[in-house]
Design a binder for this molecule. Structure first.
Ligand code: FES
Length: 431
């Protein structure tokens, strides 16, 4: 069945559409996990707020995640220490650990199938990289361990284990925190001018605005069209496959991930830059047929992630020159903890409370990274490519995605149905 196991196992609460002009102290744009958590914390802090969502809450990336709540984001900590120094790597790790702890607390009140699990990054070939990462993580005060003899269908050189991490049902959690919040659905913001957001039918005046729309849609500020690209990944959910007793990720970006939900094994992978070719479900199905010949596929779906230049999300002021405009994006496949870190940090910033994480995640940090050149070349190439289908975001040539029957943009990842209807931003209209 082409939908995630999450969407098939819950009926989400519904909210009205905004039909008249409004005024609020803080406007949150985007009803994914990040935006709804922002609204939740603002409400609890007694702030006047409203949230508007272009479609329905959780109907974007949140419904398609694999919902792993962990501060283990691949083999990253040795690199973060080298690139940013030990203090920032420490803050990154412990910000994500605090996010995990916050989920643990909230999940005591919300039935969301929260389960404590260890998280593992395995390598098929590189024992040295695993050992180096464990040393790096231990130096930041976290008890990562070496794990061997993993319950995976192939040999590995071992894994970095983060104990006491978690997984849950993301939409059950979202539904739980969204109840009673001041949310408007099917209220699509077309543009923002100064402190006013314009929808098709109304305008909203706001003292401060948080853009939590997956890919930030304002091009004039912040240069997100240079700082981000998007990545697609695929998932199949298998019945009659083993319980792997944890959450597993390949150290190699093109490898597979494993976790269970109920009687299903969720197999993830087949990733590629949006608009490029990749393994998609075909790769996963081929692997599953070899690993688990008795297994039966129950669900299949795909997701899309914003990738930053340097491995750290952009959370904070939208740009140096927009003191009342905030953003949270670039979660690079780690949307659960990154959404929580964003909501905690942005809420502190709005309330003018000190938060040590602000500098680590600042969207205004140095962008001179090798990925900037890759992004720039990709955009230039696709702007110059002749094509009958062009992206309304900035005009790149769209590519046909034969696995999903969509038109995808290799520049910044907008996607469109075969007939041209918009699926994924930053484009704001169909092609
Ligand atoms: Fe930017 Fe297509 S998403 S040009």
């Amino acid at each position: 069945m082409y939908q995630s196991v999450w969407t098939d196992t819950i009926k989400m609460p519904e909210f009205e559409t905004l039909h008249s002009d409004a005024r609020t102290d803080v406007l949150v744009i985007g009803g994914g996990l990040c935006g709804v958590l922002c609204a939740y914390f603002l409400k609890n802090a007694g702030v006047d707020y409203m949230l508007v969502e272009g479609k329905t809450i959780g109907s974007g990336i949140t419904q398609n995640t694999t919902a792993k709540i962990t501060s283990q984001h691949g083999l990253i900590y040795e690199r973060l220490i080298n690139d940013f120094g030990k203090e920032k790597a420490y803050l990154y790790l412990w910000a994500n650990q605090e996010a995990l702890e916050k989920y643990r607390q909230l999940s005591r009140k919300i039935k969301c199938d929260f389960q404590e699990k260890s998280a593992y990054v395995y390598s098929k070939w590189d024992r040295w990289a695993i050992e180096e990462e464990i040393r790096a993580v231990n130096s930041l005060g976290f008890p990562a361990e070496l794990a061997e003899n993993l319950p995976l269908p192939f040999e590995t050189e071992g894994a970095v284990c983060f104990p006491e991490q978690a997984q849950f049902h993301p939409l059950k959690f979202l539904a739980g925190i969204a109840r009673g919040l001041n949310i408007y659905e099917n209220t699509f913001v077309e543009k923002i001018e100064n402190h006013t957001a314009y929808t098709e039918n109304s305008k909203i005046e706001a003292g401060k605005i948080i853009v939590a729309t997956h890919f930030p849609f304002l091009n004039k500020r912040g240069s997100y069209f240079l700082k981000l690209y998007q990545h697609r990944s695929y998932v199949i959910a298998l019945e009659n496959a083993p319980d792997v007793q944890g959450m597993y990720l390949d150290a190699d970006n093109t490898g597979m991930s494993f976790r269970n939900y109920g009687n299903l094994l969720l197999l993830g992978g087949g990733s590629h830059r949006t608009g490029k070719k990749g393994g998609n479900w075909r790769e996963l199905r081929d692997s599953a047929a070899g690993f688990y010949p008795e297994a039966v596929e129950r669900y299949y779906w795909a997701t899309q992630d914003c990738m930053p230049l340097d491995g750290i999300p952009y959370i904070g002021h939208y740009s140096k020159h927009t003191p009342d405009l905030y953003v949270a994006t670039g979660f690079q496949k780690w949307g659960m903890t990154s959404s929580m870190v964003s909501a905690m940090l942005l809420c502190d910033m709005i309330l003018e409370r000190e938060n040590d994480w602000a500098e680590v995640f600042s969207p205004s940090r140095n962008i001179l990274k090798p990925q900037l050149l890759v992004n720039g070349l990709e955009t230039t190439k696709n702007l110059l490519t002749p094509s009958s289908k062009r992206c309304p975001h900035m005009g790149c040539a769209l590519k046909w995605n034969s696995a999903e029957h969509t038109w995808d943009c290799p520049c910044h990842g907008s996607r469109f149905e075969e007939e041209g209807k918009l699926i994924d931003n930053p484009a704001k209209k169909g092609c």
